[in-house]
Design a protein around this ligand. Structure first.
Ligand code: F6R
Length: 242
């Protein structure tokens, strides 16, 4: 079952998420976090940085695994998820670079990269807390509608809607990569805890379908209905169709 916390606005979504992440790090300093990119978690990362600077929250033993990365973008490309993570979180906290894991979108052998990624998650003891956003089409990570619930880390083709949604970060739609590496739905489901964040009306339909709709591969986030410890933190607008 998915539990839902409805809060006033984006600021509160961010604060509630950061509080829970901080709680895990404080009770288990070597926690393994699964992290997401996109617009939604930026406020949460900002709050975690504040907690690091003002409240002594330490990431020195924390390991992280990001959900996804664009194929073809090198880590120093400003639109890569590597770049995003360093800009929005890692450069501002005391995490050790060797504990950071993000799929390499320019690996020579992408399939091998995916297998190795799964192996490193296992070696780290699995993910304690996975943070997720949600696409307007219900995707989690880059698991687009139609992705098998058994899927694992792999190369996927991005849907046109996702490319258009993400074009705002690029100069033109043509520059948006067509493929990405993403953890699979089965990979995500193995996390011990999951927190999904959503803010704004554009996400209302996806949130409602994920929680109330039938479990279907056409709404990848509906797989989360079967997770034992999954919390959605959503603002009033994203909850408007619940
Ligand atoms: C990002 C990711 C995606 C985003 C989703 C929502 O790592 O896995 O599933 O969470 O596309 O993106 P925003 O937050 O930009 O609306």
């Amino acid at each position: 079952m998915i539990r839902v916390l409805i809060v006033k606005d984006y600021e509160e979504v961010s604060r509630e998420a950061a509080l829970r992440i901080a709680e895990i790090i404080r009770s288990k300093p070597d926690a393994v976090l699964g992290l997401a990119t996109g617009s939604t978690p930026i406020g949460c990362y900002r709050e975690l940085i504040r907690m690091h600077k003002m409240e002594g929250l330490s990431f020195s033993k924390v390991s992280t695994f990001n959900l996804d990365e664009y194929v073809g973008l090198a880590p120093d490309h400003p639109q890569s998820y590597h770049y995003y993570m360093f800009q929005n979180l890692f450069n501002h906290v005391d995490i050790k670079v060797e504990n950071i894991h993000i799929p390499n979108g320019v690996a020579e052998d992408l399939d091998e990269e995916c297998l190795n990624y799964e192996e490193s998650i296992k070696r780290a003891g699995g993910i304690d807390l996975q943070l997720l956003g949600i696409g307007r089409n219900g995707h989690i990570g880059f698991n687009e509608p139609g992705s098998s619930f058994e899927s694992r880390t792999r190369v996927v083709k991005l849907s046109e809607q996702t490319r258009m949604d993400n074009a705002r970060f690029f100069k033109s739609l043509d520059e948006v990569p067509t493929h990405a590496i993403t953890m699979g739905i089965a990979t995500i489901m193995e996390a011990k805890r999951i927190i999904l964040l959503a803010s704004g009306e554009a996400k209302a339909e996806a949130i409602s379908k994920a929680i109330k709709g039938p479990k279907t591969v056409m709404v990848p986030a509906s797989a989360l209905q079967d997770h034992e410890d999954c919390l959605f933190i959503v603002d009033r607008k994203a909850a408007s169709l619940l």
